[in-house]
Ligand binder design. Structure first.
Ligand code: BGC
Length: 484
């Protein structure tokens, strides 16, 4: 089942030729901007980076003492991933991190966001530490610093140690302690060198897809598992924030959230009102559920009354424990949601109308390309008591045109120009946006979609692991040089 189906929750109801690496490093001619954008417009303090995640890039799934994660187990099961692909090798970042960091620098970025694989550090989730795994992340961090790039670390990008899933994973409340042990170790180990930390990547996605719909690891299903896992993830996220702050007093502490602007489908007088109700429920589920508890607002039961059932998992003190004032909030935007009232699924009573059905501009994963969406979600989140918003992921998958030593991706360039113009608009209107990370540095393992969708600024030939900067990567290089 597919990543794109998270969008469908609610609707329940290239590859390429090999390019010689050498040619990629010669300077292609400048790309004429479609819009008159310059990185300078964002201010010299604005941070520009590119992102990736451990399971999607590292490979070396069982090397040097690493324990299995739920993604190793899940991707080794039949028919879970497109063409039964897995992340055993991925893009071999474990061995090629130096090359990838050099490419990032070559494109003039200032920061690199990557995640730590929990089971590379603690093969069984807790207890004994795998020293080789610890050393690997030291090497990655040092390589960033030596190249003048700020390391931005995500502690949890979906690859839970399998040993912990065997004890219930996110549905077992003990996970809060397991997670604290891991966060505590990493921040003590790397805190002197790394000052920018994200506790989690998109809890809405890993809980929704992994514990309600079963499309992602660990493949669990059902509303109760979903609510339990949600509550434990929210508690662990706030606790994790506290642990980072205690261990690294000068750290910038954040967490990342998937967010989508939501519109109603129909505007005729009979149905418009009904669909507005659907928008409200969907917004509570997709945009508000994981951020509002940390802000002290509790779960958004006003928007989605079925969430009231989460209270059965509360213990005394949880209301307070859910709160944590992050230094920054990471917003990650990929698509807009258009919804209407529906009798299915129960409790949500809303379904999504796909981009395909609406016949709008789409990417390879059938996500709607809707640049205004990023402006609208920034504006929506800026209404909270948040002083710093980072765009920690934004990007697009298209088929690349590969040939003559180059990788042409004009649609990706147009995508970034249009989205960045919207980010700038929100910033100029006063939203506290301070940085932008492209998803993704390289093509990589796209979860249940395997290696088919390519999000990278750098093309990877998955057979030879050859890297080639795409035109969009050169576009960023030229765009960012103006920032210097
Ligand atoms: C995830 C990435 C993923 C991207 C594109 C984001 O929600 O954080 O891991 O590759 O979406 O689907």
């Amino acid at each position: 089942m597919k990543r794109r189906d998270w969008i469908k929750i609610t609707s329940i109801g290239a590859s390429s030729l090999l390019l010689p690496l050498g040619t990629a490093f010669t300077l292609p001619k400048k790309h004429a901007p479609l819009l008159n954008l310059s990185a300078k417009d964002f201010g010299t303090d604005f941070l520009w980076g590119a992102a990736c995640a451990a399971y999607q890039v590292e490979g070396a799934w069982n090397k040097d003492g690493k324990g299995a994660s739920i993604w190793d187990t899940f991707s080794h099961r039949k028919n879970k991933i497109l063409e039964n692909n897995n992340g055993d090798v991925a893009v071999n970042f474990y061995n090629k991190y130096k090359e990838d960091i050099a490419l990032l620098k070559q494109m003039n970025f200032g920061a690199f966001r990557f995640s730590i694989s929990w089971s590379r550090i603690f093969p069984s989730g807790t207890g004994s530490v795998n020293q080789k795994g610890v050393e690997f992340y030291h090497k990655v961090i040092d390589e960033c610093i030596d190249n003048g790039l700020e390391p931005w670390i995500t502690l949890y990008h979906w690859d839970l140690p399998q040993a912990l899933e065997d004890k219930g994973g996110w549905t077992n409340r003990e996970i809060i302690d397991w997670f604290n042990e891991y966060v505590s170790f990493c921040t003590q180990e790397y805190g002197a060198k790394v000052k920018n930390w994200m506790v989690m990547n998109e809890p809405a996605a890993f809980v929704g897809l992994g514990y309600m719909l079963g499309y992602h690891a660990p493949g669990e299903k059902g509303p109760y598992k979903f609510l339990k896992a949600t509550h434990h993830a929210c508690l662990a996220m706030a606790d994790g924030g506290r642990v980072i702050r205690k261990n690294i007093p000068d750290a910038k502490v954040g967490s990342t959230f998937s967010c989508s602007h939501i519109d109603s489908y129909r505007d005729d007088p009979v149905n418009a009102f009904k669909d507005l109700g659907a928008v409200k429920r969907m917004d509570a589920l997709l945009n508000r559920l994981y951020i509002e508890p940390s802000l002290g607002l509790g779960y958004p039961i006003d928007g989605l009354p079925a969430l009231k059932r989460i209270e059965r998992y509360f213990e005394p003190g949880d209301d307070e424990r859910l709160k944590f004032k992050f230094d920054f909030i990471g917003l990650q935007n990929y698509f807009r949601v258009v919804t209407k009232k529906s009798v299915f699924p129960p409790f949500l009573w809303s379904k999504q109308i796909s981009a395909e059905k609406r016949e709008v501009d789409m990417n390879e994963m059938k996500f709607e390309v809707y640049p205004e969406g990023i402006y609208k979600v920034i504006k929506q989140f800026a209404k909270y008591d948040i002083s710093n918003i980072m765009i920690t992921e934004n990007g697009v998958c298209y088929k690349d045109i590969v040939g003559n030593g180059r990788v042409h991706d004009p649609k990706r360039i147009a995508f970034f120009e249009a989205y960045l113009a919207q980010v700038l608009k929100a910033k100029e209107e006063g939203a506290p946006v301070t940085g932008y990370f492209v998803w993704s540095l390289t093509d990589n393992f796209e979860w249940s979609e395997g290696y088919e969708p390519r999000f990278g600024l750098v093309h990877v030939d998955f057979k030879t692991q050859t890297r080639t900067i795409k035109d969009s990567g050169y576009w960023f290089r030229d765009f960012l040089v103006k920032n210097k």
